[in-house]
Design a protein around this ligand. Structure first.
Ligand SMILES: Nc1ncnc2c1ncn2[C@@H]1O[C@H](COP(=O)(O)OP(=O)(O)OP(=O)(O)O)[C@@H](O)[C@H]1O
Ligand SMILES: [Mg+2]
Length: 248
């Protein structure tokens, strides 16, 4: 599904503050794998995700998705099959627009041929039905501006928006870091549910080691721009908190 070969990324090349953020990443992620990525601050986790999403351009190496080389594909072109959830619930949504309009935007993002979607009653019903599945009582608030919701509510809706199109891959970069423990738990449960029911291939970055143990079927550790540990399904299920903690 995702194939990364010898990926290198350097910031401020040739300057005094040059930093080699990715130093030869090789990684293959199979379809419907749910990979958790852990590692110390500054180890390059977000940079790897940014390179996969097209926010930054690597200086060496290739990225393939379903066999197709996308290393130089523009970020917006990748958004057809790839969605991202960020640490800050404000990112990725339009705070002044209503919930419904945010869902419209999410759909239009990749379905430019179906502009009529925006004025369709069916669309409104579809969105309300989807929101109802969250069980957060938000289905009757579809006219409310996104910015008036709590971080947890917004993050749950953002997850749902990612399922409005042909998204096959979901990247989550510390999606619960700004949330209280209860909202974090709800959002992680929703994310897990959405990933499995939509058969998504997912990559989750987290500093919550409990979540790293609980979710996903593979765990990677990043250290100074390389992947230093890679543990698959069965072995991951035996992984203990103390051992994981010892990685740091
Ligand atoms: N745009 C940039 N310009 C210069 N340096 C950058 C840039 N983005 C990231 N870096 C540097 O690259 C290194 C890796 O950063 P990155 O954000 O990938 O780490 P991370 O593993 O996600 O850390 P954290 O757990 O704190 O989120 C850091 O030293 C950071 O300062
Ligand atoms: Mg980061």
């Amino acid at each position: 599904m995702i194939e990364i070969n010898n990926l290198h990324l350097t910031f401020n090349k040739g300057e005094a503050n040059e930093v080699n953020v990715l130093r030869g990443i090789n990684l293959e992620i199979k379809a419907q794998e749910f990979v958790v990525l852990v590692g110390a601050n500054g180890s390059g986790k977000s940079s790897l995700l940014n390179a996969l999403a097209g926010t930054v351009t690597p200086d060496k190496g290739t990225i393939k998705i379903e066999g197709k080389d996308i290393t130089h594909l523009k970020e917006y072109e990748r958004s057809k099959f790839l969605s991202r959830i960020f640490q800050n619930p404000l990112q990725g949504t339009a705070p002044d627009l209503s919930i419904l309009d945010n869902f419209r935007l999410a759909s239009l993002r990749t379905q430019s041929k179906h502009l009529h979607i925006g004025i369709n009653q069916n669309f409104k019903d579809l969105v309300r039905e989807k929101i109802r599945t969250l069980n957060l009582g938000l289905e009757d608030k579809w006219q409310q501006p996104m910015g008036t919701l709590s971080g947890g509510q917004r993050q749950a809706l953002t997850l749902l928006m990612a399922t409005m199109d042909d998204c096959k891959i979901m990247f989550l970069d510390e999606p619960t870091a700004a949330l209280d423990p209860k909202s974090s738990a709800i959002v992680m449960e929703k994310a897990n549910e959405i990933i499995s029911t939509n058969h998504l291939t997912a990559l989750l970055i987290t500093h919550q080691l409990k979540d790293a143990l609980k979710y996903g079927n593979r765990i990677l550790m990043m250290e100074e721009g390389v992947i230093s540990k890679d543990i698959h399904s069965e072995e991951k299920s035996f992984l203990k908190m103390e051992e994981l903690f010892g990685w740091f």
